[in-house]
Design a protein around this ligand. Structure first.
Ligand SMILES: NC(=O)c1ccc[n+]([C@@H]2O[C@H](COP(=O)([O-])OP(=O)(O)OC[C@H]3O[C@@H](n4cnc5c(N)ncnc54)[C@H](O)[C@@H]3O)[C@@H](O)[C@H]2O)c1
Length: 252
């Protein structure tokens, strides 16, 4: 395992940071890539990894990221893409440029990463993307995010089919609520976090480490026969209803 090389895209914060740490602990040589280069550098410095600035919506930057990894290490075995963003607005008020930006990062960016990681990975390599509970549960105000994540779940399945001849496995994780900078703003709206937790049978938000553990599993040999899978990790929240964001927003 010590010769295995991994890239964690979006590794400067939240789920990506926890995944980068977990992959390093498993013996991967980890490159932490993020548009937040300061954050990526701080994470990579924890374990002597490399940090690279990349915006997933810029194809040339993503292509350069993977060429650079191949030039430095000679091979690439695992890519976990956690880069993402959210945004809240009712459809009838949603600024189109803002809607496009959310889809651009969460879906088009994920496609660009799959495209260039798919080219760079060694045969038998593995790709993990992070979709969301919102790929299957609609949330009022989250039209761009829900649409992008639902698209990413399907994109995962198409990529799994296309890359299977090279034994590259392509999977995704769909987390429920995990408290990170991503949902700081929404978490400040009174009642929302409580509503999420009330609709989570296991009665609490998840932790970044729990999502990282699932990413590690999907990257491991234990998951050698799993591809095209979107793994729900949400304390059972997919079995109940999505919080009523509209109610909380109008109560502000
Ligand atoms: N936290 C949750 O509750 C939750 C739930 C479901 C899904 N997700 C998904 O998990 C992923 C990670 O989220 P998080 O909670 O760790 O958020 P986060 O904000 O802590 O981390 C996201 C990282 O992505 C990076 N990023 C954003 N846009 C980028 C771009 N264009 N190019 C490169 N990097 C970019 C950010 O700089 C940041 O480091 C996201 O895709 C998010 O949609 C999170």
């Amino acid at each position: 395992m010590s010769e295995h090389v991994a890239v964690v895209v979006g590794g400067a914060s939240g789920l990506g940071r926890a995944t980068a740490r977990a992959m390093h602990a498993q013996g991967y040589r980890v490159t932490v890539a993020d548009r937040d280069i300061e954050g990526a550098t701080a994470v990579a410095a924890e374990f002597g990894g490399t940090a690279t600035a990349v915006d997933v919506t810029d194809e040339a930057q993503v292509e350069a990221l993977f060429s650079d990894v191949l030039a430095r290490h000679g091979a690439l075995h695992a890519v976990v893409n956690t880069a993402g963003t959210s945004g809240l607005s009712p459809i009838v008020e949603h600024d189109v440029a803002h809607w496009r930006k959310i889809v651009d990062i969460n879906l088009v960016g994920a496609f660009i990463v799959l495209k260039h990681a798919g080219r760079a990975l060694a045969d038998g390599g593995v790709l993990v993307s992070i979709t969301s509970l919102n790929a299957r549960q609609a949330g009022a105000g989250l039209s761009a995010y829900c649409s992008a994540k639902a698209g990413l779940s399907m994109l995962t399945q198409v990529a799994a089919l296309e890359l299977a001849p090279r034994r590259i496995r392509v999977n995704a994780i769909a987390p429920g609520l995990v408290i990170t900078p991503l949902n700081e703003a929404i978490g400040k709206i009174p009642g929302i976090t409580e509503d999420y937790v009330e609709n989570t049978p296991l009665g609490r938000p998840g932790t970044p480490e729990e999502i990282a553990a699932a990413a590690m599993y999907l990257c491991s040999e234990q998951a050698a026969w799993i591809t095209g899978e979107v793994l729900d990790i949400n304390g059972g929240a997919h079995l109940q209803r999505h919080p009523n964001l509209q109610k909380h927003l109008s109560a502000r």
